[in-house]
Design a protein around this ligand. Structure first.
Ligand SMILES: NC(=O)c1ccc[n+]([C@@H]2O[C@H](COP(=O)([O-])OP(=O)(O)OC[C@H]3O[C@@H](n4cnc5c(N)ncnc54)[C@H](O)[C@@H]3O)[C@@H](O)[C@H]2O)c1
Length: 352
């Protein structure tokens, strides 16, 4: 059987996990790499064995030797490149956030329908081994009706700078970068209930804390301490049609004792923590049980989840399975993210 011919657009940090996962998949041939910076694209092409290098994604998309693309560019380019790829007849795996604008997200949804091609959104946390196991428990009714979820990723020091802290290119700070992951994971595990309202707050109080000595933190390649137009902290309460609610807070900078991440969901028969560890909570014979499912990677393992995500994309494109994270879900999450920023700006709840 002939292999699925893949190209990666955007050859920065996250592209390495896409490349590695494609290389590990025997049904894939890695054909091309594109980046605005030619040396960056060439270096990745050499490292991972791709034959072709481009600096303009339209040239790459015109190549008939490519069946599908991963889009790993700045957030503000995701929709435009995805639509161009679909119109060129390619299947698309687009990194999160799918869009930073609700109207553009809807345009992309239309483009997917028109094209008949597959578009998978890179909601990678859905693909972790623990999320898969927990979803099985939830689908079997073990947690009952899920009515509350609570998710935090609080970095005391962790604004990556570069395009991440440039609102024009990122669409926002920690909410767009990490909030998107945990809002999506909770919403997915809650059974994708229809969102009816959001109340959000964003704060820009501490800047990027580039003054801090003695602690290292991840910095983007084009880190520039003077450029920071995104929030430090965002929080939100999201309400759903079925009465369930989700509370989220995320930060790039905060006077917290330590950075932490915690994702929990609660139903009327049981609950679960899925980050930082994996515990399912239940009650039997008047006794509370904390159960620890035995999986290779309790909590979130980056490499495992990406490999599962890429394998799922390949299997979907080859027609063997349905998408787990389709464009419609990208639209709903964009609606929530944009609603949180709008609520913060206007100082009141946004109803949909
Ligand atoms: N799923 C995850 O866990 C995860 C983790 C990190 C980043 N991401 C997402 O991946 C994307 C890339 O993030 P990153 O950390 O790799 O950033 P990065 O800055 O390291 O890399 C982005 C690359 O895209 C290139 N680029 C930008 N616009 C382009 C265009 N029009 N054509 C070709 N190349 C272009 C840049 O030159 C750069 O090399 C972002 O959307 C980010 O949100 C996802």
């Amino acid at each position: 059987m002939s292999k699925l011919r893949i190209a990666v657009i955007g050859a920065g940090s996250i592209s390495d996990v896409h490349f590695n996962s494609y290389v590990n998949n025997e049904e894939v041939e890695l054909v091309a790499v594109c980046d605005l910076i030619e040396e960056r694209a060439r270096a990745k092409a050499d490292k991972y064995g791709a034959r072709k290098v481009f600096t303009n994604y339209n040239d790459l998309l015109a190549d008939p030797e490519i069946d599908a693309v991963s889009i790993c560019t700045w957030n503000n380019t995701h929709v435009e490149i995805s639509i161009a790829a679909l119109e060129a007849g390619k299947h698309v795996l687009v990194e999160k956030p799918m869009s930073t604008d609700i109207n553009k997200a809807l345009e992309l949804q239309e483009a997917v329908k028109r094209s008949g091609k597959k578009l998978q959104v890179g909601f990678v946390r859905r693909y972790s081994g623990s999320a898969k196991v927990l979803k099985q428990f939830i689908d079997a009714g073990e947690l009952g009706d899920i009515y509350y979820a609570k998710a935090s990723i609080l970095r005391r020091l962790g604004n990556p700078g570069g395009w991440f802290s440039d609102k024009e290119r990122s669409g926002g700070g920690p909410l767009m970068d990490i909030g998107v992951h945990i809002i999506d994971l909770c919403w997915y595990l809650m059974g994708r209930p229809k969102v009816v309202s959001v109340t959000g707050n964003t704060y820009k109080k501490l800047g990027n804390r580039s003054n801090i000595n003695n602690l290292n933190f991840y910095k983007a390649a084009d880190f520039d301490a003077s450029k920071n137009t995104v929030e430090d902290l965002a929080n939100a309460l999201i309400r759903f049609e079925n009465g369930a609610s989700l509370y989220v807070d995320v930060s790039f900078a905060l006077h917290a004792k330590a950075s932490c991440s915690q994702v929990e969901i609660f139903g009327d028969k049981g609950g679960a923590e899925i980050e930082p560890s994996f515990v399912i909570v239940s009650e039997k014979h008047d006794t509370i049980l904390n159960m620890h499912p035995q999986v290779d990677h309790p909590g979130f393992n980056f490499e495992e989840a990406f490999q599962n995500e890429i394998n799922h994309f390949v299997n979907s494109v080859l027609g063997r399975t349905d998408l787990i994270s389709p464009v419609e879900d990208g639209v709903e999450i964009t609606k929530i993210l944009c609603g949180i920023y709008e609520s913060s700006l206007k100082g009141h709840e946004i109803r949909f």
